[in-house]
Design a protein around this ligand. Structure first.
Ligand code: CA
Length: 245
């Protein structure tokens, strides 16, 4: 296993929205990376995404400290955040409750565990290869999965942003899809909200490692790119660079 140095860049922009419902966190030891995109009326989306970035790291640490397997700990932490957000949203009218997406990556023992609920995404850029590691939990993507829509049709579907799994979803009983990978020198891992991914193509991501070796510069560039291309949403990303030690 190659020894790797991890460098991180991140940025969140409010854009033209009246508030920023996106939130993200990078743990001080650069072990946990998380992006959350909140939804709900008034300031509820902001509350939900901040609950996610508050609860998930603490829950994860508790489970890892108890020597539980990383994939189990990731799933438990996401479900504990879900339960807390559901509980906090109980006072709100039905159909208007708060929620948030979450996409996270945990780097432990030479493996990165990626998991998500909702439509915030993780991408791995390795050389010329750009791979989306997460599957959106949107109704449009579910229709693609069963062959009723093409991926191209899904991009313009009114159901693209209707989510059937997210944190704050009272029927969220499914286990999180936890996808592990072994990072290699030169890899870039991108976590981003849909305000970014809707406006950035695979070709843009392919250029990252060569054109923007500093992850912080690349994170700023990607957010600028999404805004310049007309994103009217909050735009957030975390870029993790794995470099040779
Ligand atoms: Ca969004």
């Amino acid at each position: 296993m190659a020894d790797l140095v991890v460098r991180v860049g991140s940025r969140s922009a409010q854009g033209v929205r009246p508030n920023n419902e996106d939130a993200y966190i990078v743990s001080p030891d650069s072990r946990l990376f998380l992006v959350a995109d909140g939804m709900g009326g008034q300031d509820r989306g902001e509350v939900a995404s901040h609950m996610a970035i508050d609860i998930i790291p603490r829950a994860l640490n508790d489970h890892l400290a108890a020597n539980e397997p990383a994939d189990y700990a990731v799933d438990k932490a996401l479900h504990e955040a879900n339960a807390a957000i559901c509980e906090a949203g109980k006072g709100q009218p039905e159909g208007r409750r708060m929620g948030t997406t979450a996409v996270m990556a945990l780097h432990v023992n030479g493996t990165v565990y990626v998991a998500n609920f909702g439509d915030s995404r993780a991408y791995l850029i390795r050389g010329e290869d750009v791979r989306q590691l997460t599957v959106d939990h949107s109704v449009a993507q579910a229709l693609v999965n069963c062959g009723a829509l093409s991926p191209e049709e899904a991009r313009y579907s009114p159901y693209q942003h209707v989510l059937h799994k997210f944190l704050g979803c009272i029927t969220l009983s499914d286990k999180a899809d936890v996808r592990p990978f072994t990072p290699m020198p030169g890899d870039r891992l991108l976590l981003a909200s849909d305000g970014l991914t809707n406006h950035v193509e695979d070709e843009d991501l392919r250029q990252g490692p060569r054109g923007y070796p500093d992850p912080s510069v690349w994170a700023h560039h990607l957010v600028d790119l999404a805004l310049a291309r007309g994103s009217r949403d909050n735009v957030t990303c975390v870029v993790v660079a794995f470099e040779p030690a």
